[in-house]
Write a protein that binds this ligand. Structure first.
Ligand code: SAH
Length: 368
């Protein structure tokens, strides 16, 4: 279900109904419309936007440039925060920090802060669980519960930024639990909020949406002119192999997704990232190198090679239990051969494996 915006709240009355209007997640235009509908000047929307998304204020009484009487009305009728902090854990290896938050509906979600030499990345979830059932991913194994709202997506940033220091977060990736493009409206609204200059100060070039490949939505996102970066979880250039490890490939096969990311690259003038988990004997053969080269030489893109992170903490069965990581030596050889063909390839460091915070390890143990 998408974020529902109720514009019916009458700010001039005391709201006895416990259903308050949640303001977090409303875009700038939606906030202006909300205040206009409530008989207030539209610029109040901009002020509240700035307080909530830039100053990360969680209490209407801190909104110093609003009249006191309006602050009281807002307190009676509206809410700001959509998430509560539950707990966090820090990796003893590299300082990666995993947060657990709880939604009002008592669903738990995870976000991860990954400090690296030249950047600090916040990894956000877009759904509680995930419906895609990718065989290599812990979130897939926990199943799908519900979409997050735009407010719940943004509040992961709010709590992490207040904890870690807003200026210390330099990159945002939509790579946590869930498939962002299957929660399209909330993802787009959250992106619109992130992309406003008034908010995080993080440029669009440093915001990446990662998708397993929902081809029509990739094109729709391109047309939104948000111009954030897009990563496609590719993992194989062959439909039969990709379908085995990513069942969504039956619905949107490679050709559709490649056409869509080419369109995205053209329309947004950004370089596509292909994410590629190295799975022993499955996608690390010489013919995979050849196929990747053929694909990548055609348009502006780069490959992010990801060492496969263990799913052991999930006690997997079936194909998931059989997957093993490509040995490091072969990863290096694979990457070198692509580089020799002038393809840009990065190897993603594994971060936070000791606290199950690495790529594809996010799953809430409470839900079992
Ligand atoms: N649904 C989106 C975003 C979440 S997954 C997507 O599929 O892109 C974020 C990234 O982590 C993806 O590239 C995904 O393929 C990768 N990933 C999933 N499980 C992993 C694992 N066990 N080891 C390493 N990377 C994994």
């Amino acid at each position: 279900m998408e974020n529902q915006i109720s514009l019916d709240t009458n700010l001039s009355t005391n709201n006895t109904n416990s259903e308050k209007t949640v303001l977090k997640g409303l875009t700038l235009d939606e906030l202006k419309a909300y205040f206009a509908k409530s008989g207030e000047p539209r610029f109040r929307g901009e002020q509240v936007f700035n307080w909530m998304y830039n100053h990360l204020v969680t209490d209407f009484f801190e909104m110093a440039n609003l009249p006191k009487v309006l602050r009281t009305k807002l307190k009676d009728n509206c809410e700001i925060m959509t998430l509560e902090y539950v707990e966090s854990e820090i990796s003893s290896i590299n300082g990666t920090k995993k947060y657990i938050f709880e939604t009002k509906a008592k669903n738990k979600i995870e976000s991860v802060i990954i400090p690296e030499e030249d950047r600090t990345t916040l990894c956000l979830s877009t759904q509680v669980g995930c419906p895609l059932d990718c065989k290599f991913c812990a979130t897939g194994l926990m199943g799908y519960k519900i979409n997050l709202t735009a407010g719940e997506i943004y509040d992961q940033y709010v709590i992490a930024a207040k904890d870690h220091g807003k200026d210390n977060i330099t990159n945002i990736v939509f790579m946590g639990m869930g498939e962002p493009l299957l929660n399209y409206n909330a993802t787009v609204n959250a992106l619109e909020i992130f992309a406003q200059e008034l908010t995080t100060g993080i440029s669009k070039k440093k915001i990446t949406v990662s998708t397993a490949g929902i081809a029509p939505k990739i094109k729709e996102l391109a047309d939104k002119n948000l111009n954030v970066k897009l990563a496609l979880s590719l993992h194989s250039c062959f439909d039969d192999i990709r379908s085995k490890i990513m069942p969504i490939n039956d619905k949107y096969p490679l050709k559709q997704n490649i056409d869509a990311v080419k369109y995205y690259a053209r329309k947004t003038r950004t370089r596509i990232t292909f994410e590629y988990i190295m799975l022993n004997g499955i996608n690390d053969r010489d013919e995979d190198i050849e196929a990747l080269w053929k694909l990548c030489k055609e348009f502006p893109c780069k490959i992010n090679v990801i060492p496969f992170n263990s799913l052991k903490h999930m006690n997997p069965s079936g194909l998931s239990a059989e997957l093993t990581p490509t040995p490091l030596e072969r990863i290096n050889e694979f990457v070198q051969q692509l580089r020799d063909k002038n393809i840009t390839v990065m190897i993603r460091n594994t971060q936070g494996e000791d606290i199950a915070a690495a790529c594809g390890q996010l799953a809430i143990k409470y839900n079992y």
